[in-house]
Design a protein around this ligand. Structure first.
Ligand SMILES: Cc1cc2nc3c(=O)[nH]c(=O)nc-3n(C[C@H](O)[C@H](O)[C@H](O)COP(=O)(O)OP(=O)(O)OC[C@H]3O[C@@H](n4cnc5c(N)ncnc54)[C@H](O)[C@@H]3O)c2cc1C
Length: 416
């Protein structure tokens, strides 16, 4: 049985991993060269600590305050674009306390499954992605966030996720190399760090050796249907026959899904990162600067990556270097000894997070076309949830019971 996966980001490759293992003939079609994109320059967190979806009452309040600041961490470029308006209305409707509460268990479950699967991948000969179970610290500087940290710890405990409050002294004992300006941190010992560039390259080589076919530089732009099935995928003049199609094209999945009548509202949440090698800036844990929403990732022994911002802007808008400067300025506020300068634009990476309208991924089979599985919309969590999504996709394609309840992630939830 032939499965075509549209999109070779982490979700496409994670799916290819489990589909190949289950014995399917797998082809991944990507419009790019498979060596860049959102699954490469991200922060590489595998983070069961992130059980709160992007759509929260807090982000709406904070986002409105940040709207006019060119170096702020969250920005929505006002526009009457139909997709943005559709997404924005649904996002605001979803951003409720009840939604946050309802989402915690499914997000925890898929993240814990994924972490367990990454641990098993780390033992697979030929797969190397510098997996490091080093834990995550969320540093805070304000009394308001110190208070919020207490709530986070209680919520984590209720979900069975270990979280500890660190005061200033404990923090500097655990991170002795870099003097910090922070009141404390929430420490999640169960989170892990990986090096996403290595993960993607390693998966590609591994899957190619296993016989997965990769069609590079081929943009999917249409489908052949027969009754309630998709029988082929078009790219340019070519038609590729398929018994089953997996849609994993990141933020671009919305336009493709529309072609077969499915509404999966998404926008690209652009984020930037800069990676240095062999610098004197040494931290021993993955770090989030809470107020600034900046991620600091020590990776692969000798690399450090600074990343952040969530910029909802039309795709192809030129990068805004002031936002990158904003990331560096924030690091300096927490680490006064930080003295690195923003590198030239060609050394700054950026990518588009596939942000769904309620902060939950879209994972599931369609009722209209019985041989289509959708796997996208992972927002800030595509790496963290990538291995589990791949396994769930393989189960969905096989028509087997899934490892967890997928109802909260149903791709048709905005059509009901
Ligand atoms: C700054 C930053 C930091 C982040 N940090 C983290 C983190 O620490 N942990 C975490 O879990 N997540 C993180 N993320 C989010 C994560 O990177 C994304 O959720 C994830 O990469 C999405 O993967 P994907 O496979 O869905 O999409 P993508 O990686 O975007 O892959 C989609 C692929 O589909 C292809 N495609 C699109 N359209 C077509 C078409 N028509 N035909 C053929 N191919 C097509 C594209 O070329 C692309 O290769 C971060 C993101 C950013 C920007």
């Amino acid at each position: 049985m032939k499965v075509i996966i549209i999109g070779g980001g982490i979700i496409g490759l994670g799916s290819a991993f489990y589909l190949q293992q289950a014995g399917y003939s797998v082809t991944v079609i990507d419009r790019g060269d498979l060596l860049q994109g959102c699954s490469y320059g991200n922060a590489g967190y595998v983070c069961p600590s992130h059980f709160v979806p992007l759509a929260t009452p807090g982000i709406i309040r904070q986002g409105l305050k940040w709207m006019l600041n060119a170096s702020s961490p969250f920005y929505i470029q006002p526009s009457l674009n139909r997709d943005l308006v559709n997404w924005g209305l649904k996002f605001m409707k979803s951003a409720t306390k009840q939604h946050v509460e309802r989402s915690a268990v499914p997000l925890r479950d898929i993240a814990l499954l994924s972490k367990q699967l990454y641990e098993s991948w780390a033992a697979v000969p030929g797969l190397d992605f510098a997996y490091a179970p080093i834990g995550m610290m969320e540093l805070f500087q304000t009394e308001q966030n110190a208070h919020h940290a207490q709530d986070t710890i209680k919520e984590a405990a209720a979900l069975g996720i270990e979280a500890r409050l660190l005061n200033r002294e404990q923090l500097s004992q655990m991170e002795p190399d870099m003097p910090m300006e922070a009141l404390g941190a929430v420490y999640f010992p169960g989170d892990s760090q990986l090096y996403p560039n290595l993960l993607m390259r390693s998966l590609l080589t591994f899957l190619e050796k296993k016989g997965v076919q990769f069609l590079r530089e081929q943009e999917v732009n249409g489908f052949v249907t027969a009754g309630n099935r998709i029988t082929g995928v078009r790219s340019g003049a070519a038609t590729h026959e398929a018994d089953h199609v997996v849609l994993a094209a990141g933020v671009w999945s919305t336009a493709l899904a529309r072609q077969f009548g499915l509404n999966i509202p998404m926008v690209g949440g652009r984020g930037y990162s800069v990676t240095f090698e062999n610098t004197p800036f040494k931290v021993h844990h993955s770090i989030i600067l809470s107020e600034a929403r900046v991620a600091i990732s020590p990776m692969d022994g000798n690399k450090i990556r600074f990343g952040g911002t969530m910029e909802i802007t039309p795709l192809h808008t030129p990068p805004r270097m002031r936002r990158v400067q904003g990331i560096f300025d924030s690091v300096k506020r927490y680490f006064p000894g930080f003295d690195m300068a923003v590198p030239p634009a060609d050394q700054v990476w950026y990518g588009y997070r596939p942000c769904s309208a309620d902060g939950l991924p879209y994972i599931g089979n369609l009722s209209r076309y019985r041989n289509v599985t959708v796997a996208t919309g992972h927002s800030m969590l595509g790496i963290s949830l990538g291995a589990a999504t791949g396994k769930l996709v393989a189960e969905l394609v096989a028509g087997q019971p899934t490892s967890m309840d997928l109802q909260p992630f149903h791709p048709e939830r905005f059509e009901r």
